[in-house]
Design a protein around this ligand. Structure first.
Ligand code: AMP
Ligand code: GLY
Length: 429
């Protein structure tokens, strides 16, 4: 099988790493890829947004399966385009991708099909949004409707901060058209967890549970990032909780979409807040999580490419009939090494040292995110640079292993959280 993977982050490296292990695999291409992916796949300089370029490439190279990492090409309709030419592609189509691309769409769907989420109101005008904020007070959450590269959500602690967020989004238009509408919603409290499933809209196959660490500093201080680390499984997600989330969130969402005439095929990622009143949806993503994928896939024993093929063919029941996915019972931890300054401004082009020492370590995989190869050197080229990932018999063992590997790596300005997975240790006790 010839596979084309679209994207360039740690998530995409984990996907390439996993897909490369399939017995079906003949050749993997990745666009644009990164310094680590280049060791396992042929990387090409086509932009992830260049749908026509990708289509031409897939036709020319007789690609059997295209896998889309990030949300932007999905929201732009890459799946519909590929399907027009009978090219097999894994991911939801344009209509289904609205679940992530429009928070208004997602909220209205949840309200209609009784999917638990924070109370909310939608606004087309800044002055009305601000009036409402004064009425409900703080804390509250302001969300831009459209895609804003993970920056469109402001959890405001004061009324002024919330009103300022509305000004930035709707009047200063910092996210352009993505800020034509805003949602103001109640601030939820609790622990967050990432629930990721694969569905062909008839069958649902859950992936292992995981938890991300969104804040930049230890003990959840500092600003939100794309994710500074993750672990799987998340012990807080008990069997009963899984069932409750499947029943009240996953099935209702997929059935609701079907009733709206939308066939959802691909990965559905649900960010959940475990509140005192039960699990509530914070957000939907129509793709794999980053860095959750780096902590989940090393635990997956089944062939992911078979599952992806079955999903895009609408035949996921072939996988469920044979007992679903098989998992390694060990725990997995991924620690993100980031550039100095991330999630704010940072410099690129720093040489990364010590990667060779991690290659020999058992049960350690270093997924590359913002890296590029230059000669025989690997340089930093993004905010999140590496996802150092380790397996262990217990979560504690996985954490210790992973930090030993992190200790061998360095580049100028490198920073990382020292407490990835600690919440899970507390839960296990
Ligand atoms: P989103 O882009 O919707 O995933 O939101 C990003 C982050 O903002 C989430 O992971 C939460 O940490 C936080 N967040 C979003 N909505 C709420 C909410 N209603 N209450 C509290 N925190 C929220
Ligand atoms: N880790 C959060 C995300 O992938 O959106």
């Amino acid at each position: 099988m010839r596979v084309l993977l679209i994207g360039s982050g740690g998530r995409e490296h984990a996907l390439v790493w996993k897909i490369a292990q399939s017995k079906l695999m003949e050749k993997i291409f990745c666009v644009p890829g990164n310094g680590g992916i280049a060791q396992q796949a042929e990387c090409l300089d086509i932009k992830a947004e260049d749908i026509q370029g990708l289509l031409d490439f897939a036709k020319r190279e007789k690609i059997d399966l295209t896998v889309v990492g990030p949300e932007a090409p999905l929201a732009a309709g890459i799946v519909d385009e590929f399907q027009n030419y009978n090219l097999r592609i894994f991911g939801p189509n344009k209509l289904a991708s609205q679940l992530e691309a429009s928070k208004v769409f997602a909220k209205e769907l949840m309200a209609k099909y009784r999917v638990p989420t924070a109370n909310f109101k939608i606004f087309d005008y800044a002055d009305e949004a601000k009036k409402y904020i004064e009425q409900i007070g703080a804390p509250c959450v302001v969300k831009a409707d459209g895609l804003a590269q993970g920056k469109g959500v402001i959890v405001a602690q004061t009324v002024d901060e919330a009103k300022q967020a509305v000004t930035s989004i709707m009047q200063d238009r910092i996210f352009g058209d993505a800020g034509n509408r805003v949602i103001i919603e109640d601030c939820l409290e609790g622990q967050e967890t990432s629930i990721i499933v694969i569905t062909d809209s008839k069958e649902v196959i859950p992936l292992a549970s995981s938890q991300d660490h969104k804040r930049v500093f230890d003990h959840d201080f500092g600003s939100n990032t794309g994710g500074m680390g993750a672990y799987s499984p998340a012990p807080i997600v008990t069997r009963e909780l899984w069932k409750e989330i499947l029943d009240t969130v996953i099935y209702r969402t997929i059935d609701g979409l079907a009733k709206e005439g939308i066939d959802y095929k691909g990965v559905l990622y649900v960010g959940i807040m475990l509140t005192k009143e039960g699990p509530k949806v914070l957000e939907f993503n129509v793709r794999f999580g980053d860095p959750e994928t780096q902590a989940i896939l090393p635990r997956l024993n089944s062939d992911l490419s078979e599952v992806m093929l079955a999903t895009s063919n609408g035949k996921l029941n072939k996988i469920t009939k044979t007992g679903g996915l098989k998992w390694d019972s060990r725990a997995c931890v991924c620690v993100v090494c980031a550039s100095g300054g991330y999630p704010g401004e940072y410099e690129k082009g720093k040489e990364i040292f010590g990667l060779d020492q991690t290659v020999k370590m058992k049960d350690i995989i270093v997924f590359h995110a913002g890296t590029k190869k230059q000669g025989d050197k690997i340089l930093t080229s993004g905010g999140r640079v590496l996802g150092v990932t380790g397996l262990g018999n217990t979560i504690k063992e996985a954490i210790d292993q992973t930090y030993q590997a992190v200790g061998k790596i360095h580049f100028a300005g490198m920073h990382y959280r020292k407490d990835i997975g600690h919440k899970a240790i507390k839960e296990v006790k």
